[in-house]
Design a protein around this ligand. Structure first.
Ligand code: C5P
Length: 227
């Protein structure tokens, strides 16, 4: 069987990462969560004064980019790679609501995207990769052999994310989570650089009422056809 690139894009909290991780485990591919990379840059900015009064100082953040090194290392407990920011494991820290509220501003900066997209393309050059994000099928790997665009009912997505955060002990309300999802989806779809959109050759997966095993059946049929 030949190795391919699987690009997964879609709205926030559709379960893209869970799905991508499961695919990678099933077929022995590498899974890269590109949202985590934008979150790590956001965390760096927060820690180093590039966020003032809840707003991102773009020039300051751009000047910091050469200082930011992002790496991944497989965590066998989780069955996926953890993300490291200059050698520090920040897998948990980047999921806070504070980072979530700012990340769409950071991901709208062209220089940030250029740096991260270049790294993502490097990570995928050997193929055998499942990458999830917002622009994977449109910008990062326009030639990906399989492109999936994920979507789900917004109320269902908010519930899922809320439960996830609650389980981690984060103190947030469902309303706060819903607002964050709505704002991020809007910002991601309307930004000038690489907005979230469905690639023409992507297949849509609406998982509002699908279990993970059902989603796996759906995708494995498609993968088997191609490889
Ligand atoms: O996937 P996740 O929700 O963790 O992504 C966080 C944010 O990072 C998104 O809301 C989006 O602004 C940005 N992002 C992006 N391009 C990607 C992945 C994520 O702009 N490929």
């Amino acid at each position: 069987t030949k190795k391919i690139v699987i690009a997964i894009d879609g709205f926030s909290s559709c379960g893209k990462s869970t799905f991508a991780k499961e695919i990678a485990a099933r077929i022995g591919y590498v899974f890269i969560d590109t949202g985590a990379m934008y979150r790590a840059v956001t965390l760096y900015g927060l820690r180093h004064g590039a966020v003032q009064d809840g707003d991102v100082n773009e020039a300051l953040l751009i000047a910091m980019l050469p200082e930011i090194e992002i790496t991944f290392a497989f965590n066998s407990e989780r069955g996926a790679s953890d993300i490291f920011l200059n050698g520090e494991n920040v897998e948990k820290r980047i999921r806070s609501i504070e980072v979530s509220d700012l990340v769409s501003k950071v991901s709208g900066i062209a220089a940030v995207r250029e740096q991260l997209v270049r790294q993502q393309q490097q990570l995928g050059r050997q193929k055998g990769i499942v990458m999830d994000g917002r622009d994977i099928g449109t910008v990062v790997f326009p030639d990906a052999e399989l492109k999936i665009f994920m979507t789900a009912d917004p109320a269902i997505r908010a519930q899922r994310r809320y439960k996830e955060l609650e389980a981690k002990g984060e103190k947030v309300s469902l309303e706060e989570v819903e607002r964050n999802l709505r704002e991020r989806d809007h910002a991601d779809q309307t930004r000038a650089v690489s907005p979230l959109r469905q690639a023409e050759d992507a297949v849509v997966l609406d998982n509002s009422h699908m279990t993970l095993p059902e989603q796996m059946d759906w995708v494995m049929r498609r993968i088997e056809k191609i490889t």
